[in-house]
Design a protein around this ligand. Structure first.
Ligand SMILES: [Fe+2]
Ligand SMILES: [Fe+2]
Length: 282
């Protein structure tokens, strides 16, 4: 398999996963309600969010058919995101037993995104995807470096790490489609950063709201001890995230400016994907 930073020959696999979450403990992230519900809240954005990403890319794919490499990568991007939606949804279904009803938050995400999709032109919908792919690419690097160590349940840890690997593999696809269609000049740059700013505000608002809703449903809303733990976690991580989010505002930004191939290789080993063969996908 080649990794996404080798742009000339990029082709990454679509892995068929089927995790079983039956034995997942209630507080699967460091035995902390606040950390568990933060990540569950983020996860409830994925099934509908990634379906929206797929639709936004698919809508413009016919205009990039002449670029065979890009078209192949778009095919693999769609396959990976569809699998992420499926597996995160399976995780939410299994979490229904704890009366947290994460599926209801998926439905809210779907309603919000369908509203945005109907209002925005195709270019802007693609830009939401491009921006949130960068947001995700930043978060998953820390997940692969350190955050996974908080996840004591192996199945849920592997779900997040597999997702992190693939987000890194396909992080440039939507961006490359955008540049291919709209170029690199000021008329491409201004909407790119404007929609990114909006998208960051949207995802921060939704994930914060979902975090609070899940804490309330679990009767933990006033558990100050666990909130303090989350505050320390957030402080430590946002110090890392913010400069990387800001990279996106550079006029010459490209997702492959940062090469995480060693980290991805180590993470693949960690979750038993180290020996996989290259699988070209279309
Ligand atoms: Fe994904
Ligand atoms: Fe993605």
């Amino acid at each position: 398999m080649t990794t996404a930073n080798n742009q000339a020959s990029t082709s990454f696999p679509v892995r068929r996963m089927d995790y079983e979450f039956d034995d997942m403990p209630k507080y699967w992230c460091d035995n902390e309600p606040s950390l568990t519900h933060y990540f569950t809240g983020l996860s409830t954005l994925f099934p509908e969010g990634e379906s929206y990403f797929v639709r936004s890319v698919r809508a413009l794919r016919p205009r990039a058919k002449a670029n065979k490499q890009l078209d192949r990568d778009i095919g693999a991007f769609i396959g990976q995101e569809a699998m992420h939606s499926k597996e995160h949804h399976a995780f939410h279904v299994s979490a229904q037993k704890y009366d947290l009803d994460p599926e209801s938050l998926e439905r809210v995400t779907g309603t919000v995104l369908k509203g945005i999709e109907s209002l925005f032109p195709e270019k802007w919908n693609l830009l939401v995807t491009v921006g949130l792919e960068h947001y995700t690419a930043v978060l998953v690097t820390t997940m692969m470096r350190s955050t996974h160590t908080y996840m004591k349940d192996e199945t849920i840890r592997n779900l997040w790490l597999w997702h992190s690997i693939e987000e890194t593999e396909h992080k440039a696809v939507a961006f490359d489609l955008y540049q291919y269609l709209y170029g690199e000049g000021l008329t491409a740059y201004v909407p790119r950063v404007a929609i990114f700013t909006l998208s960051l505000a949207l995802i921060t608002t939704l994930s914060t709201a979902y975090h609070i809703v899940l804490m309330k449903r679990d009767g933990q809303l006033f558990n100050l001890k666990t909130w303090r733990r989350f505050a320390a976690f957030a402080r430590q991580h946002y110090k890392i995230f913010i400069p990387q989010f800001l990279d996106y505002y550079r006029t010459d930004f490209h997702p492959n400016d940062v090469d995480e191939s060693d980290l991805v290789a180590r993470t693949r080993e960690m979750i038993g994907l180290g020996g996989e063969a290259a699988q070209a996908t279309h």
